[in-house]
Design a protein around this ligand. Structure first.
Ligand code: IMP
Ligand code: MG
Length: 180
């Protein structure tokens, strides 16, 4: 599908699944290199709900022992960030002393990543890394290092592949941009 409508907005295709898939292959290759032979299985942290599709695709390509832990944060309303990050669901397992790979759908303003890094440090993580499917470099204004980025995109509102507009659109396998 080239165009989709969600509620009052129209979106057009921006990144087809094949392109997303190839970008994930490259990230997985790097992770496999960097975490091969880890003494303790690293934790892949699924940041609900946006990351589900990405983490599923990423896991299939990972060949080192790893654990999955989830949490849920919210900051977006409609098509923009409120700047206030709320933890809607705490960490689903103890991560004390673990190396944590934060698996995010997208890093935009970076408020979520900054809050997450703090949450993980407070919870006793040994280290934490950021592994995001998408990064909006024009919007990102934080000092936190983004360790793994599958794709960089312009500062536009997108949906699909786990990302939503008011909870709609997460189910599409391609990524769509707001058609203004
Ligand atoms: P940040 O805190 O501004 O970096 O925003 C991060 C969160 O906002 C992401 O994890 C997404 O859940 C959501 N978000 C940011 N940009 C978009 C977008 O373009 N479409 C849908 N959700 C987005
Ligand atoms: Mg998210």
């Amino acid at each position: 599908m080239d165009k989709i409508t969600l509620k009052d907005k129209r979106f057009r295709i921006m990144l087809p699944y094949e392109q997303i898939s190839e970008a994930i292959d490259k990230v997985a290759e790097k992770l496999n290199k960097d975490f091969a032979g880890s003494k303790e299985p690293p934790v892949l942290l699924c940041v609900l709900n946006g990351s589900i599709m990405y983490i599923a695709e990423l896991m299939k390509r990972i060949n080192f022992d790893c654990h999955i832990v989830s949490t849920k944060l919210t900051s977006y309303e409609g098509t923009s960030s409120t700047g206030k990050v709320k933890q809607a669901l705490g960490l689903t397992a103890d991560i004390t002393g673990k190396d944590v790979i934060i698996v995010e759908d997208i890093v935009d303003t970076g408020h979520t990543i900054v809050a997450l890094k703090q949450i993980l440090a407070d919870a006793g993580a040994k280290t934490s890394y950021v592994c995001t499917l998408l990064l909006k470099p024009e919007a990102y204004k934080q000092d936190v290092k983004i360790d793994y980025v599958a794709m960089e995109i312009p500062n536009k509102f997108i949906v699909g592949f786990g990302l939503d507009y008011d909870e709609l659109g997460r189910n599409y396998k391609d990524i769509y941009v707001l058609d203004e």
